[in-house]
Design a protein around this ligand. Structure first.
Ligand SMILES: [Zn+2]
Ligand SMILES: [Zn+2]
Ligand SMILES: [Zn+2]
Length: 174
């Protein structure tokens, strides 16, 4: 059984989860990982990662650029953002959500894995699935057809647990 490595049950953060701790832990993990790899997590790259971790929903490059510009009190050029995103992607600290052309923080950087996501169409909350069986099934399906898989992103769209409850409408989708 692979139950130990599979995150069954709800993987969406609940209202009572401590998001500040969540961000702090993601940044600490990133710093540690970069230190071990001898990669330079510059102040600006760290800020971009922090901005991406502000929410459990994907954020686009232009949104990030606007937020970083506001933080730094000046205009941040697109290449600056894209270079930071490239660095974070290369080190597996974030994932790109292809269908939304946006980015989300990775909750377990440092381990090679394909991106499998549940994306809520209502509040845009996005959760990364940790399911080795799903990864194996995708790999097996591709190789059974003689296809050499190079990049794998699975994006499943629907409603998160919070958006399925009737009272969800009371406190709005955003
Ligand atoms: Zn959180
Ligand atoms: Zn990940
Ligand atoms: Zn939702």
């Amino acid at each position: 059984m692979t139950a130990a490595t599979t995150d069954q049950g709800s993987i969406f953060p609940t209202a009572c989860h401590d998001h500040d701790a969540c961000i702090a832990s993601a940044l600490a993990t990133a710093e540690d990982l970069c230190r071990r790899r001898g990669a330079r997590l510059t102040a600006q790259r760290r800020r971009v990662l922090e901005l991406i971790w502000q929410q459990h929903a994907p954020v686009g490059a232009y949104d990030l650029m606007a937020r970083l510009s506001a933080m730094e009190g000046g205009n941040v050029a697109p290449p600056t953002i894209y270079r930071a995103l490239d660095f974070l992607l290369a080190h597996g600290l974030i994932h790109r959500i292809e269908s939304l052309n946006a980015y989300i923080g990775c909750s377990r950087p440092g381990t090679r894995h394909a991106g499998h996501f549940l994306i809520c169409r209502e509040c845009h909350a996005t959760a990364e699935i940790r399911d080795p069986e799903l990864a194996e099934a995708v790999q097996a399906s591709a190789s059974a057809r003689g296809f050499s898989l190079e990049h794998e992103t699975v994006e499943l769209r629907g409603l998160c647990p919070a958006c399925q409850t009737p009272e969800a409408e009371a406190h709005g989708g955003e």
